[in-house]
Design a protein around this ligand. Structure first.
Ligand code: PSU
Ligand code: MN
Length: 305
C-alpha cells in the first residue's frame, strides 16, 4: 500500500471484504459550493450512497496525507475553509505532500487516490475538459488525461458548456475513454439534459455499466470510463438562461486574463452568481442523482468480482 495513503477504518473494512465503495471528490466541497450548503450536500451524498448499499469514501489531502474516507468533522473542515484550501490536481501532489499541506481533490486526484485505495466507482457533478478557445490557450483539464490512464469509472452529469463539448469528446476519443450516456444517446450538459452532441454508447442499467467496466478491467485495458447521467427533468434549467450566463462568464474571463487553475473556479462562480440560487439547487440535485447510480453500479460490480 502507498505509504502516503490513509484509508478510513470503514472504507478499509469494506474493501477487504469486497463490499461496494464509491469515491467522492472534495474540490466540489471546498471550491464548488458555498458554506454551509457544501457540507450539508456532501453529508447527504454520503447518506444516499449508504441507502443504496455502498460505502462512501470522500477523498482529500489533509496535512500531507492522502485520505480515502473522511469523517463528518473533516468534511466540515473542508467546507468551512473553502477556497483557502488548495485545489489539488496531479501536478500539485509532490509539493503539497512534501510540505504536509491540505488539498481539495479534483476529478484527477480523486481518481488517482481512489485507484491507489482499490476503489473503482466515483460519483461527482461535472468534469473538467477542453476549454473554449483551447486551440490557442491549450487549456485542457488534466481530468481528461487521468481518464485516459487510471481505471476508475466516473459518473457525472456531463460537462458544462463553459467547455468546448465537441473538442472534449474528441480528446476523450483520442485517449480511448468510452463516453457512456446513462439512459440517453446525447451528452448531457450538466444543468440541462441535452447538448446536441452524441455519446459513444447508451447503457440503461447499473448492471450494464458494471458489466462494461468489468470487461474493460478483465481485458487489462488502462484508463477509465465516463458515465454521463442527465440531471432529473424537474431540476433541469432553461437552456437559454444558462447559456447566456455561460457566454457572459467566458467573455469576462477573457477580458480579465484569467488562466491556469483559476479558470474553471472563476467560470463556475460567475455562472452561479449570474443565475442566482437556481443553479445551486440544480447542482445539488444532479450530484444526488449521480450518487444513486454510482452506488447501484458499485453494488453490481462487487457482485462480479
Ligand atoms: N466542473 C464542474 N464542477 C466542478 C469542477 C469542474 O462543473 O466542481 C471541478 C472538478 O473538481 C474538476 C475540476 O475536476 O473542477 C477541473 O478543474 P480544471 O478545469 O482546472 O482541470
Ligand atoms: Mn485548465
Amino acid at each position: 500500500m502507498n505509504k502516503y495513503l490513509d484509508i478510513s477504518a470503514e472504507v478499509s473494512e469494506a474493501l477487504a471484504s469486497g463490499k461496494p465503495v464509491v469515491a467522492l471528490e472534495s474540490t466540489i466541497i471546498s471550491h464548488g459550493m458555498p458554506y454551509p450548503k457544501n457540507v450539508e450536500t456532501a453529508l447527504e451524498v454520503e447518506k444516499i450512497i449508504r441507502e443504496n448499499g455502498a460505502v462512501p469514501a470522500t477523498i482529500a489531502i489533509i496535512g500531507g496525507r492522502l485520505k480515502a474516507g473522511l469523517s463528518a468533522e473533516e468534511i466540515e473542515y473542508f467546507g468551512k475553509k473553502g477556497a483557502e484550501i488548495a485545489k489539488a490536481s496531479r501536478r500539485d501532489l509532490p509539493v503539497l505532500i512534501a510540505r504536509g499541506q491540505d488539498g481539495a481533490c479534483t476529478v484527477t486526484t480523486t481518481m488517482m487516490i481512489a485507484h491507489m485505495a482499490g476503489i473503482s466507482v466515483f460519483a461527482t457533478g461535472g468534469i473538467g475538459g477542453v476549454h473554449r478557445g483551447a486551440e490557442t490557450t491549450m487549456d485542457i483539464s488534466a481530468d481528461l488525461e487521468e481518464l485516459g490512464q487510471t481505471p476508475v469509472m466516473v459518473i457525472c452529469a456531463g460537462a458544462k458548456s463553459i467547455l468546448d463539448l465537441g473538442l472534449t469528446l474528441e480528446y476523450l476519443e483520442t485517449k480511448g475513454v468510452p463516453v457512456i450516456g446513462y439512459g440517453t444517446e446525447e451528452l448531457p450538459a450538466f444543468y440541462t439534459r441535452k447538448s446536441g452532441f452524441g455519446v459513444d454508447y447508451r447503457l440503461d442499467t447499473p448492471k450494464e455499466l458494471a458489466a462494461a467496466f468489468h470487461a474493460k478491467q478483465e481485458m487489462g485495458l488502462k484508463g477509465g470510463m465516463l458515465v454521463a447521467n442527465p440531471i432529473p427533468e424537474e431540476y433541469a434549467m432553461d437552456a437559454d438562461t444558462i447559456n447566456k450566463a455561460i457566454d457572459q462568464a467566458v467573455a469576462e474571463s477573457r477580458e480579465q486574463g484569467i488562466h491556469g487553475k483559476a479558470t474553471t473556479p472563476f467560470l463556475l462562480a460567475r455562472v452561479k452568481d449570474l443565475t442566482g440560487g437556481d443553479s445551486l439547487e440544480s447542482n445539488i440535485q444532479l450530484v444526488f442523482n449521480n450518487a444513486r447510480v454510482a452506488a447501484k453500479t458499485a453494488v453490481e460490480l462487487a457482485g462480479m468480482k
